[in-house]
Design a protein around this ligand. Structure first.
Ligand code: GLU
Length: 261
């Protein structure tokens, strides 16, 4: 009898805890998906002239929230804070231009890759720098918590890395001549070059692979499945290609994987 009672207590605990700890149910009961997004990384996440947070990541989150039957709520994250904010549950998901790295998959989980970029260099239009080889002994701005610093050090250990908090500070440093280059993903670099009206240019092509995944809390497979299915629905119904065209002005170079139904 005692044993049966103990068994039932444990079973009860297991059932309530597994239920309470189902992030998908929590989000759906709350009616809100809390998404960590960038405010400093156009065209993925940034604040437009009207003060609205917009971008490719934001539009994808809106689509995912709709599929989950909830409203999206956007919370600012930076390259440095996005993983801790997913871990602590401050946000349910980080859709924040985040490269899915094996190392990053230890503290959190990732969705399927939904964008494929690579690291590049942003330099002044009159710069003679053509690749990372020309940056030996030169100061290069990178952002804390981004992949860029480690990546650049690997290909050219003689670079002097200058770590900054957010991307606009890096552009400012470059414009003021405090650094010879800013290094991060190609798409952001291109957006900066475009917005600079001929003052900045992108050089060196891409020298890393940066597949973006959305960060979600560890061991929440119902939630992660739901987000993965929503991302794949976006590919299937053409939303992904439409958003890609809207934000990058080109056709997708590669589509996210779609699992057969
Ligand atoms: N995709 C790179 C990363 O995850 C650079 C862009 C960013 O800082 O978000 O580190």
């Amino acid at each position: 009898m005692k044993k049966l009672f103990a068994f039932l207590v444990v079973l009860g605990m297991f059932l309530t805890s597994s239920n309470a700890d189902d992030l998908l149910k929590t989000v759906q009961n709350r009616g809100v998906l809390k998404a960590g997004v960038k405010y400093d990384f156009p065209p993925f996440g940034f604040v437009n002239a009207k003060g609205q947070v917009v971008g490719f990541d934001i539009d994808l989150v809106k689509y995912i929230a709709k599929k989950l039957g909830v409203k999206p709520e956007f919370v600012q994250v930076t390259s440095k804070t996005r993983i801790p904010m997913v871990q602590s549950g401050t946000v349910d998901i980080a859709a924040a231009s985040m490269t899915h790295k094996v190392k990053r998959d230890l503290p959190i989980d990732f969705t399927i890759s939904y964008f494929f970029d690579g690291q590049s260099l942003l330099v002044p239009a009159n710069s003679s720098v053509k690749s990372y080889n020309d940056l030996s002994g030169k100061r290069v701005a990178v952002i804390q918590g981004a992949t860029s610093g480690d990546n650049l050090k690997k290909v050219n250990p003689k670079v002097k890395l200058v770590y900054l908090q957010e991307y606009p500070q890096a552009v400012m440093a470059l414009r003021r001549g405090k650094v010879a280059a800013v290094s991060t993903d190609y798409t952001w670099c291109m957006a900066q070059a475009k917005a600079s009206h001929g003052k900045l240019k992108v050089v060196g092509g891409t020298f890393t692979n940066e597949p973006y995944g959305m960060g979600v809390r560890e061991n929440q497979s119902n939630f992660r499945d739901a987000v993965n299915f929503a991302l794949q629905d976006a590919v299937r119904d053409g939303t992904y290609a439409k958003l890609y065209k809207k934000w990058f002005d080109v056709e997708p170079n590669k589509l996210p994987e779609v699992w057969p139904k």
